[in-house]
Design a protein around this ligand. Structure first.
Ligand code: ADP
Ligand code: MG
Ligand code: MG
Length: 915
């Protein structure tokens, strides 16, 4: 998904009287592609296409500023708008020599939504506007095709009735009422497709549609064309705040303030006969990125028909035979679009009586794999330079080169029950869910699901988000399912006509195979194959190359990965570290390109095997003597772990955090284990229970944890420091010369004195170990900045610290006064009210928490100019947060091992973006 911010916002006059609200495209064109903020993506690109001579039907765009005005002024419009719109309509009339509302040669228009970033299918569009009982006759006359005219009319009433007058299905199960009437009539007259309906049939349908509207709304379908136009404009602005649009914005972090533009454009007709068609095309394959012409079309059809999946469209290659001239024209457009926009384009076209029109273009949404491949290949083709190519790849896309794929061996053993169109690469296995609601429910129960539907609609979005993959039996590569899969990076197989889905019986049938809800199914979005049952997965090609089990030359995916990573490393200025607690995690991260460990949590080390007993013994100890004796037993384990990590990191920096979590986390909660523990420690059960009770805290996250532990039990800090330095000494003195320079990190510091207290212990132990082994150990000691007080007093704390690492999980919790584990009760409400743009634990709250970080960076460096700065919260793997870290001037980000490649790319993008 492209969310490129336009660099030069279009300037408009300041006073609201003279403000320009309406921008023309056509014979004269006011806008261009850089004006997305004002004209929306669709409007800006319609203008751009018109001005480079592509055949775009004329029209005009009402700017997003009007949308903002509309919502700021109780859904009223600026005074000057009415006249501007009237003038613009006149201008279109003049260009085409048609009349809006005219009996003789009526002008029809479409009224189309268009936000800054395309939000396909989320908002409303109305076609064939301007038809009424009179103009429909006029259209029949000029086209000499009454069937066509009445087809347009019934389409218009249907869309207008639904979108503007709210006549739609009232429950999730109910079908669209217009659609019901249409199907009923088709059945009655024995029409197979919509196109088989006669003029008379269509006239009957129009009468029925009008009656339906009257019955449902107690109002009439409006005959005045200006009334129609304003109704449609308001509906489009209104759709900015519909539920789907809000959900979509949350998913993609689009602010509510942006608003949508409205495009009013002269209609062209793909439904004017068999010499007419409509379609959608991509300049390259958006599923795998290959440079082939990709898309589909329908003869004698209009607008949404292709996407709606009611008729199965033809692959674009077939157009070469069916309409050779138009196909050639289309190929020319394809080349021109890529050359001009310098990116893969997703465009809409309509052929009216063998004449080609382009109705929309945008940078095509693509799967992660396609994003990488297209960027790499376009750079090779010199359509863009390396910097641009890097910025074109959403950092998260790298992940799709790393996700598991079906195990080739397991695949061979599996039975294919049907095949569909490969629309979202990768393999997905899960239980069948037939509705979005079921998918959501099953996922919440911890099950993996594959959402199986005849076709999907925008209302299924939430269910799709919860699914491993999406399977549809109808609809082509531009169907809703395919489109969303591309955007969400979901595995998708669509248009599998060999399967039948019965919602009532909850069955999926393919030949003789019948599967029920909850049964396992597997889909391969790379090949389109559908399998019964579960299929095991295996590592991606990239991972197999990295672990040496596949030759690099055997994998194009690896070549793509490697190319992008090399580019990224050349451009980024921040270092990428990882959060790893074990040697195997550390090695994985290094293979992915990690340059060090930014956070090694020591507590996980205490859970393994028999160690937990010593840990518990230490916690339950009544005095220092007992505690020391338990810690003594833990020491060799810790030391061994550190040796392993130092070796795995082979000289790269390692930051080790001393014990952090509240002690009760280590204690058993169930009676059996407590009893066993009492026996093993040879103490009465009551003693164990009492000690556990006495350690109870009301708010353990704000209780005795972090450095507070080391302050009340200095022997813990002592033991951990000793383990670190002993391990360092051992590795330094080992046969293989590995440099080790441990970085010791004290957690949850809020006062300089806390850090000073712990430092004393660390330094003392360091001296002891160095003396004992007669070597010099280079080490540094720093702290996490994870409570607001630490950030605010960073100048003082920096006096004691060699480095800061921002622990943004806790910093977010403490800054927002919000427990991450307890936001469930209100989070949904906050999302739907758009109070949080994004989950503050997934993407850094830059306005709030970010200010604390900026402040701490500033103050910390004022005290100590060479203070080393990093971040180790989960935000370190989030591209937007990484961009922030770059701007804040951090030296490194430290994320989980699998996110290291994403972070490398995101860090490079941050450098380029902020250069
Ligand atoms: P969306 O943003 O959901 O794609 P669009 O505004 O692009 O909605 O329009 C929906 C459909 O109607 C598209 O297939 C588009 O090509 C078609 N359409 C829009 N305007 C016109 C027009 N002026 N003439 C013919 N078809 C149109
Ligand atoms: Mg469109
Ligand atoms: Mg913390």
């Amino acid at each position: 998904m492209s969310r490129t911010q336009t660099k030069k916002p279009a300037k408009t006059q300041k006073t609201s009287n003279s403000k320009k609200f309406v921008y023309a495209f056509g014979k004269t064109t006011d806008g261009n592609t850089t004006m997305r903020e004002l004209l929306g993506g669709k409007g800006a690109n319609l203008a751009e296409m018109a001005s480079i001579g592509l055949p775009v039907p004329p029209g005009f765009t009402i700017s997003t500023e009007v949308c903002s005005y509309y919502y700021d002024h109780e859904q009223r419009y600026p005074a000057a708008l009415r006249q501007s719109v009237a003038d613009s309509v006149k201008s279109v009339e003049k260009q085409l020599n048609k009349k809006f509302g005219g009996r003789k040669n009526p002008l029809l228009v479409s009224v189309r939504s268009g936000a800054r970033d395309s939000m396909p299918g989320m908002m409303d569009t109305i076609l064939n506007l301007g038809l009424n009982d009179e103009t429909v006759e006029g259209l029949a006359d000029v086209s000499k095709n009454p069937q066509f005219a009445w087809d347009c009319y019934r389409r218009f009433i249907q869309m207008y009735g639904g979108v503007v007058m709210g006549v739609t299905s009232r429950t999730e199960e109910e079908e669209d009422p217009f659609h019901v009437l249409l199907e009923k009539l088709k059945r009655k007259v024995g029409a197979e497709s919509d196109n088989d309906l006669t003029t008379q049939n269509l006239q009957t349908l129009v009468t029925q549609y009008k009656a339906l509207i009257r019955k449902r709304t107690r109002g009439a379908f409006p005959q005045g064309v200006m009334q129609q136009l304003w109704g449609a404009i308001s509906a489009v602005f209104g759709s900015w705040r519909n539920e789907r649009a809000i959900l979509y914005r949350q998913e993609y972090g689009i602010p509510a303030e942006w608003g949508t533009a409205v495009n009013v454009q002269a209609m062209v007709f793909g439904n004017a006969g068999d010499d007419s068609a409509t379609g959608v095309a991509f300049t390259r394959d958006p599923a795998n990125g290959e440079k082939v012409f990709y898309g589909e079309y329908l003869i004698n059809a209009q607008g949404e028909d292709v996407v709606a999946g009611l008729r199965t469209p033809n692959a674009i290659s077939k157009l070469a035979k069916e309409m050779p001239k138009s196909f050639k024209d289309l190929e020319k457009v394809r080349a021109k679009l890529e050359k001009h926009f310098k990116d893969m384009q997703d465009f809409e076209f309509t052929i009216e009586k063998n004449k080609l029109f382009i109705l929309q273009t945008r940078n095509g949404k693509r799967t992660g794999l396609a994003a990488v491949r297209i960027a790499v290949e376009m750079q090779k083709e010199r359509l863009m330079n390396v910097e641009t190519a890097l910025l074109k790849i959403p950092a998260e896309s790298i992940d799709s080169l790393l996700v598991p794929v079906f195990d080739p061996k397991a695949l061979k053993a599996a039975s294919v029950i049907a095949t569909g169109l490969p629309a979202g690469p990768g393999g997905a296995t899960g239980r069948i869910a037939f509705t979005a609601a079921q998918a959501e429910k099953a996922t919440r129960e911890g099950k993996k699901v594959v959402l199986c539907r005849t076709e999907t609609s925008p209302d299924d979005l939430k269910g799709m988000l919860h699914s491993q993959g999406i399977l549809t039996s109808r609809g082509g590569v531009s169907s809703h399912a395919a489109l969303v899969a591309r955007q969400l990076g979901k595995v998708c197989v669509c248009g599998a006509s060999g399967i039948k889905i019965n919602y009532e019986n909850k069955t999926l049938t393919a030949g003789k195979t019948v599967l029920n809800e909850g049964d396992y199914i597997s889909i391969d979005g790379t090949t389109g194959a559908i399998y019964k049952g579960m299929i095991a997965s295996t590592d991606s090609e990239v991972k197999r190359v990295l672990d040496g089990s596949l030759k690099p030359s055997k994998s194009y995916t690896y070549e793509l990965f490697q190319t992008v990573m090399k580019w990224a490393d050349k451009h980024r200025t921040m270092n990428i570290r990882t959060n790893a607690d074990t040697p195997s995690m550390a090695s994985q991260a290094v293979a992915f390109g990690a340059e060090g460990i930014g956070l090694c949590r020591t507590e996980h080390m205490f859970f393994e095997g028999g160690r937990i007993d010593y840990m518990r013994q230490m916690i339950l100890a009544v005095d220092e003597v007992q505690r020391r004796s338990a810690l003594k037993k833990l020491l060799p384990f810790q030391k061994k772990d550190f040796v392993g990590i130092f070796k795995a990191m082979n000289g790269r920096p390692v930051t080790i955090r001393l014990l952090d979590p509240p002690l009760h986390e280590f204690l058993p909660h169930d009676d059996v284990v407590r009893r066993q523990l009492a026996e093993r420690l040879d103490v009465p059960l009551d003693f164990v229970i009492d000690r556990i009770k006495s350690l109870h805290e009301e708010n353990p996250m704000l209780g005795c944890r972090g450095c507070r532990l080391g302050i009340i039990y200095p022997e813990i800090t002592e033991m951990q420091s000793r383990a670190i330095f002993e391990a360092t000494a051992q590795v330094l003195k080992g046969k293989k010369k590995i440099k080790v320079k441990p970085e010791i990190m004290i957690p949850l510091v809020g006062f300089r004195a806390e850090l000073a207290d712990q430092l004393k212990i660390v330094h003392r132990v360091a001296k002891e170990v160095m003396k004992k082994h007669k070597i010099r150990i280079n080490y540094i000691v720093g702290t996490m900045i994870e409570v607001p007080r630490a950030a605010i007093t960073a100048d003082e704390i920096a006096k004691e610290a060699d480095f800061f690492s921002f622990g943004t999980n806790d910093l977010t919790q403490t800054a927002l006064g919000l427990s991450r584990d307890d936001m469930g009760l209100f989070y949904d409400e906050y999302q739907s009210k758009e109070i949080y743009n994004k989950n503050p634990f997934a993407s850094l709250d830059q306005h709030g928490v970010g200010k604390l970080i900026d402040f701490a960076v500033d103050r910390g460096r004022a005290t100590k100019p060479d203070l080393k700065l990093g971040i180790c919260g989960e935000h370190a793997g989030d591209p937007a947060s990484i961009d922030f870290c770059h701007r804040a001037g951090l030296d490194y980000v430290s994320c989980s091992p699998p996110r290291v490649p994403i972070a490398r790319l995101a860090a490079a993008q941050a450098t380029l973006r902020n250069a």
